[in-house]
Ligand binder design. Structure first.
Ligand SMILES: [Fe+2]
Length: 287
């Protein structure tokens, strides 16, 4: 079958839809799930297309106007991508389909995809689209919230098995989940029957990071809570979350964690101290 190349220079822009808190939540969790965001007709059309093009990389679908409009440039998805990657983000040029025939045993362990980097930078997003209902029986991907911050070798994760905090991406048709590329995830065993499609593709940043999502005019960075999941896990995680948030805001060069109780360890509701916060942000907060 002839390979059809997508336009590698194509970008997209739209209004951002995330707030400060939602951007911080993405930095904490490493993913956002948008349930049933693609219309049913498009899900059926996509499934029919994938039945006609069962290859692992159905590139041609990126040239289908109906697919680009409703999935790749879906307003709900684009608003999130615009918030996290900035203006004029670059559209996917490679389309992969994790198409499986169920039932399927799958011993694939926890892993990050090849190319994951450990950095506060956020240059790309990995996105998954389920064009059909995908309950546990059809082997949805599992991921572990917050593990995009976990720097470990795969062999040290293999014993994890079932992790209590793992989240299944089981979802109804038309659901899309947007992930940090470095999040730890795994395929799961499918006990049902039939074909399951799971499309996977990436968006890229073209703009320098700047805090231009939905913002308050005079933000108080000392009141922002970077603690993971109610503060139950390693507090140092808060520093990594704050570092990524600072980078996204365009203050990546200005934040240097001072240790101890300095910001962001002291951040959160009722905090009076701006110690450790970059000076220009302390001034913005009037502290
Ligand atoms: Fe993977």
């Amino acid at each position: 079958m002839a390979t059809v190349n997508a336009d590698v220079t194509k970008t997209h822009d739209c209004k951002p839809t995330l707030t400060d808190q939602e951007v911080i939540d993405f930095c904490k969790n490493g993913y956002i799930m948008l349930k049933q965001i693609v219309p049913g007709q498009i899900n059926r059309q996509t499934t029919a297309y994938l039945d006609e093009h069962p290859e692992g990389e159905p590139q041609g679908i990126l040239n289908e106007e109906w697919f680009v409009d409703a999935v790749i440039e879906n307003p709900g998805v684009s608003g999130v991508v615009r918030s996290l990657l900035g203006a004029d983000f670059k559209l996917p040029v490679i389309m992969s389909n994790h198409r499986i025939s169920c039932p399927r045993q799958w011993p694939c362990g926890w892993h990050r995809d090849v190319g994951a980097i450990d950095s506060p930078r956020l240059e790309t997003l990995q996105v998954f689209y389920y064009p059909q209902d995908t309950p546990c029986e059809l082997g949805p991907t599992q991921l572990i919230p917050g593990t995009h911050m976990l720097h470990a070798k795969r062999r040290f994760m293999s014993h994890y098995g079932a992790v209590r905090s793992a989240v299944s991406s089981e979802a109804s048709a038309g659901s899309i989940f947007i992930t940090h590329y470095g999040i730890w995830h795994r395929a799961t065993t499918a006990t049902g029957t039939g074909i399951r499609n799971l499309l996977k593709y990436n968006y890229w940043r073209t703009a320098s990071p700047v805090r231009d999502w939905i913002t308050e005019t005079e933000p108080d960075f000392t009141q922002m809570d970077f603690s993971p999941f109610g503060g139950a896990l390693d507090k140092h995680f808060a520093v990594q979350v704050a570092r990524q948030f600072m980078w996204l805001c365009g203050y990546g060069e200005d934040f240097d964690f001072k240790g101890g109780q300095s910001w962001p360890m002291n951040a959160g509701a009722g905090c009076q101290s701006a110690e450790g916060l970059p000076p220009q942000l302390a001034r913005m907060a009037g502290k």
